[in-house]
Ligand binder design. Structure first.
Ligand SMILES: Cc1ncc(COP(=O)(O)O)c(C=O)c1O
Length: 466
């Protein structure tokens, strides 16, 4: 599969641009509201990756996912740099590809030296075909199918055993080479985030109960096909606190001690992901550097206190790695003014390309792509086009007066938007373009209405009689 690299019609070099100051925090990419390359051109229009956003909308249509390669690379480099400077042993960041799985994103993170975590055959194939070396891939899932496990074993990736069924199914495959296993357990740690994305508390569907760990390790001592190479836990997502990650290090070091005492030469400690990002001005997440420093120091100290040789430190950032590189472009359509109540401004996408607001009541920041700095004298509710009253992308958004056809840019949509998109109301999924140095490349083609019919089958007896 190849894509065409096109210079955007109104490409700009950084020298032509004024920086766009809103939500800028040079200290860490996950604290920015917008991609690092965001600027304003001499006509006052928003530019990302050297491309004028409204030109991209015209050329590729809307809704459109725009991914800024420089932001993605910068974030990957921030994780690598922080791990190298704060952890005394070896370390590897694995991109949690559930945040946004595509060949192009995989290729970028692989070329930056990161690994990847996948949770389905689809994510595994995307990873491998995107150029991620199998030895840098870990395979998760609380209900993996036998076929998925077979694929994982054939590819030679590390399998994260989540439950007894994983172990039974792996044994039934009679692997001819030792399978690298990581054991996921529930660490029993509470954190403050939406209940749907909290995973570390005991009442979670993910991982072995901590009380079962000893029995699992005992069982695996008898399994010649299994090589227990690591332990894994993940406490949740969009977390701003640092203390739960410190607490996790101590719980994991106890588990590491137990595993090693039972004769398993466990080398990897995988602390999962979870670092939050800034979606709106008032969000205040720790920087990537602060998060990594906290985790790295806590793991190093916890191991030292227990007399353990330092494991390799793995972490699995998803949202904080990719979210800020993404901007979604929509075209403004109809407007409904309800005097004294609210004004609805509808766009040509909604809950099918971004299900986060309706699922988690998530908030976003948006501006008009060609007038980002104009006085925001209106207050509107940005509605999607789906047959659902709850299909609202942003409530009470301050905007300059907007008319049909204006292009709207919603920031920080690079994570859990494209990957959670649906075809609700039979609406095709948007295209994605990657921008870099004034060039734009389609990295995911726009679905067409015919694509949506490809898997429908109309039985002969139901066919309309001609
Ligand atoms: C096991 C695991 N690792 C990593 C992540 C990535 O989390 P985040 O996107 O918050 O960094 C998740 C997401 O919930 C997860 O379930």
């Amino acid at each position: 599969m190849t894509s065409t690299r096109e210079a955007a019609p109104a490409a700009h070099s950084a020298a032509d641009l004024r920086p766009y100051e809103a939500g800028r925090d040079a200290a860490s990419p996950n604290r920015n509201l917008t991609p690092v390359t965001t600027g304003i051109d001499p006509e006052g229009r928003l530019v990302v990756g050297g491309c004028v956003l409204s030109d991209l909308a015209r050329r590729y249509g809307t809704p459109l996912y725009v991914l800024d390669e420089a932001t993605l690379r910068g974030t990957a480099q921030a994780y690598r740099k922080a791990l190298a400077s704060h952890y005394p042993g070896s370390a590897l960041a694995l991109y949690a590809s559930k945040a946004n799985s595509s060949l192009a994103i995989t290729a970028v993170v692989a070329s930056e030296g990161l690994g990847l975590d996948a949770v389905s055959a689809g994510e595994l194939l995307t990873a491998v075909q995107g150029g991620m070396p199998p030895e840098r891939i870990v395979f998760h899932g609380n209900n993996k199918s036998l076929e998925e496990l077979r694929l994982a074993v054939e590819l030679g990736v590390t399998v994260v055993a989540d439950n007894w069924l994983d172990l039974e199914q792996l044994a039934s495959l009679q692997p001819t080479h030792p399978v690298r296993l990581m054991l996921r357990f529930t660490p029993g740690i509470e954190c403050h985030t939406h209940e749907y994305i909290r995973t570390g508390h005991l009442d979670s569907k993910f991982g072995f109960d901590p009380d079962q760990l000893q029995a699992v390790l005992q069982h695996l001592s008898q399994c010649s096909w299994a090589q227990v190479s690591g332990l894994h836990a993940h406490i949740g997502s969009q977390i701003f606190e640092l203390q739960p990650h410190r607490d996790l290090a101590a719980v994991m070091a106890d588990a590491l001690k137990l595993a090693r005492e039972m004769g398993h030469p466990v080398s990897d400690l995988n602390v999962g992901g979870g670092l939050g990002i800034r979606y709106v001005e008032s969000d205040d997440p720790p920087s990537i550097d602060a998060w990594v420093r906290t985790v790295a120091e806590a793991v190093a100290v916890a191991c030292q206190e227990r007399g353990l040789e330092l494991p390799r430190l793995l972490c699995e950032p998803g949202r904080s790695l990719v979210a800020t590189s993404g901007v979604t472009l929509y075209s403004v359509g109809s407007r409904k003014d309800i005097p004294g109540i609210r004004t609805y401004l509808s766009v040509d996408g909604g809950m099918s390309d971004n299900p986060r607001p309706i699922t988690y009541q998530s908030q976003y920041t948006a501006v008009l792509a060609d007038r980002p700095e104009a006085e925001a004298s209106d207050s509107v509710t940005l509605a999607g086009k789906h047959c659902e009253s709850g299909d609202v992308l942003l409530k009470d958004l301050a905007l300059p007066p907007a008319t049909t056809g204006d292009v709207l840019a919603v920031f920080a949509t690079g994570a859990y938007n494209a990957s959670m998109a649906s075809n609700y109301n039979r609406i095709p999924r948007p295209a994605a373009v990657m921008v870099h140095d004034g060039m734009a490349e389609v990295v995911q083609r726009r679905e067409q209405p015919e694509d949506l019919l490809r898997y429908d089958v109309l039985p002969e007896r139901l066919r309309p009689v001609a």
